[in-house]
Design a protein around this ligand. Structure first.
Ligand code: ZN
Length: 146
C-alpha cells in the first residue's frame, strides 16, 4: 500500500517528504542503552529505534528502517523531538502524539508538538495511523523497558 498524492497533500506534504528524503538521525547508534523494533505488515514498514540516556535525559535517539513516507518521516521527527527530554517528558510526548493522530483537537493546537503537527492529517486516514505511530510504539517499549 503506497501513500497517494491526495493523502499526502492533506497531511502536510512538504514537511513529510523533506523528512522522508533527508531523514534526521538515521543509522545505528553506538552505545545505545535501549533498542526496540516494530513492523507494520499491512504497509511493509520497519523501524528500529535506538536511544542513549544520560541519567534521566535522552542524550541521543537514532532510527533505522524502511517503508512508506509517513512511517519514516514520523520516525525522523521523533528522533529530533526526543533529544534532551526526560523520560517523563518523553512519555507525555508519546501520549500527546497518539492523541494528535487520532484527531484530538487539543493536541492539534499544541504548539509544543512543533513539526510533529504535520502528521495530524493522518487522523483522516485510519489505515495510515499505524504507519505514523510505528516508531512511537517502539519508543513506548524503550521507555517501559529502560
Ligand atoms: Zn506505512
Amino acid at each position: 500500500m503506497t501513500v497517494s498524492d491526495a493523502q499526502l497533500a492533506a497531511i502536510y506534504q512538504e514537511l513529510i517528504l523533506d523528512h522522508y528524503r533527508r531523514p534526521r538521525n538515521k543509522g545505528a547508534l553506538a552505545g545505545a542503552d535501549a533498542r526496540a523494533e516494530r513492523r507494520n505488515p499491512l504497509c511493509g514498514d520497519e523501524i528500529v529505534l535506538e536511544v542513549a540516556f544520560d541519567g534521566d535525559v535522552v542524550r541521543e535517539a537514532r532510527f533505522s528502517g524502511r517503508g512508506c513516507s509517513i512511517s519514516q518521516a514520523s520516525a525522523s521527527m521523533l528522533t529530533q523531538a526526543l533529544r534532551g527530554r526526560t523520560r517523563a517528558e518523553a512519555e507525555a510526548l508519546v501520549r500527546q502524539f497518539s492523541a494528535l493522530v487520532h484527531g484530538d483537537a487539543g493536541a492539534a493546537g499544541d504548539e509544543g508538538l512543533g513539526e510533529l503537527r504535520a502528521l495530524q492529517g493522518v487522523a483522516r486516514f485510519p489505515a495510515r495511523i499505524r504507519c505514523a505511530t510505528l516508531a512511537w510504539s517502539a519508543l513506548d517499549e524503550v521507555l517501559r523497558g529502560a
